[in-house]
Design a protein around this ligand. Structure first.
Ligand code: HEC
Length: 111
């Protein structure tokens, strides 16, 4: 019995840390690719609820790319949103945005 519970805790720990790794990656993407135009990532994340982010980031961030590609003000981001790198980044970004969404219950850290 001890072995099984040890196994379960190990599984839980690794599941939690891989989730955190995804959120952390998304935060890094945000700092690298979004922060230049938008302010704090957690602030932006907290401006919408989880459902809204899931919709915006659906189909590999199609909607988010659209918002920028149809805005002249966001022209400096067009090369990024047209790049395959964004497709790769979009999943991590979604994890991060959903993690800190308005209704996620996660209070943004003061930084
Ligand atoms: C070159 C500057 C620039 C970069 C880089 C950029 N954005 Fe934007 N973003 C804008 C501008 C400008 C708008 C407003 C578009 C409009 O409404 O005309 C916008 C709009 C948005 C909106 C919609 C705002 C709302 O309240 O509905 C979201 C969400 C957003 N950006 C997220 C991101 C994320 C996430 C990234 C990084 C992957 C990013 N942006 C990168 C300039 C940028």
């Amino acid at each position: 019995m001890i072995k099984i519970s040890t196994l379960i805790s190990l599984l839980l720990i690794s599941a939690i840390s891989s989730l955190n790794a995804a959120v952390y990656k998304g935060q890094k993407v945000y700092v690298d690719s979004c922060k230049g135009c938008h302010s704090g990532g957690q602030e932006l994340a907290a401006s919408k609820n989880m459902k809204t982010w899931e919709k915006i980031m659906d189909k590999k961030g199609e909607k988010l790319a659209d918002i920028h590609l149809t805005s002249k003000k966001a022209e400096a981001s067009w090369s990024y949103f047209n790049d395959r790198k964004f497709i790769k980044d979009s999943k991590h970004l979604e994890d991060f945005l959903v993690e800190y969404a308005k209704d996620s219950g996660n209070v943004p850290a003061c930084n």
